[in-house]
Design a protein around this ligand. Structure first.
Ligand SMILES: [Zn+2]
Length: 182
């Protein structure tokens, strides 16, 4: 996953400021689509500040169509993206309108990798769509496939999985050698 931390590079509101939280307060990863054809973290941040009059960028991460992932807020920042659930949710936005188009394979891959990293740090988090956390929302769009995301998350071997597999293979080899010696 190609990524960049641009938390300190994004614009902020001239007077307003987001609140802070402890990571133990987190409950959800909220998946969003941008509902736009294009755009990038800078254009979304400007929109959130200038049009919505928010303190800053709403999302914590933005995933571009080519899979490139931007970190756009610290996890401890209570930014705006799921209304009442803002204090307990980390917002990840995939660029695109998934009512019309589909997320790219690169976006699904990067999202799965990012979720895996977040779940390593905060294993109690549940992955939800924006629509699951705020009424009358359709985000991240009807074409976003949560089942597929979960398939990717399950199928990707972790370092621990690979180590376990390696240990099992070594043990089998040891057994075979023992039998051969007899
Ligand atoms: Zn959303």
């Amino acid at each position: 996953m190609q990524s960049a931390n641009i938390v300190d590079k994004l614009p902020n509101h001239s007077t307003k400021q987001y609140g802070k939280r402890d990571v133990t307060e987190l409950k959800f990863i909220a998946v969003h689509h941008s509902a736009t054809e294009g755009g990038d973290p800078f254009s979304f941040a400007r929109y959130h500040i200038e049009t919505n009059n928010w303190p800053g960028m709403g999302y914590h991460y933005v995933i571009m169509p080519d899979g490139f992932t931007y970190k756009t807020n610290n996890i401890t920042t209570v930014s705006f993206h799921v209304k009442d659930n803002n204090p307990v949710a980390v917002g990840i936005c995939l660029v695109g309108n998934f009512d019309i188009a589909n997320p790219t394979q690169e976006q699904y891959n990067s999202l799965a990798e990012l979720c895996r990293l977040l779940l390593q740090e905060y294993p109690w988090l549940k992955i939800k769509g924006h629509k699951d956390l705020q009424e009358q929302r359709t985000c991240p769009g009807k074409n976003f496939d949560f089942l597929y995301l979960h398939t990717l998350l399950r199928n990707r071997p972790t370092y621990e999985d690979l180590e376990k597999e390696n240990a099992e293979l070594k043990e089998r080899l040891r057994q075979i050698k023992k039998i051969a010696e007899v």
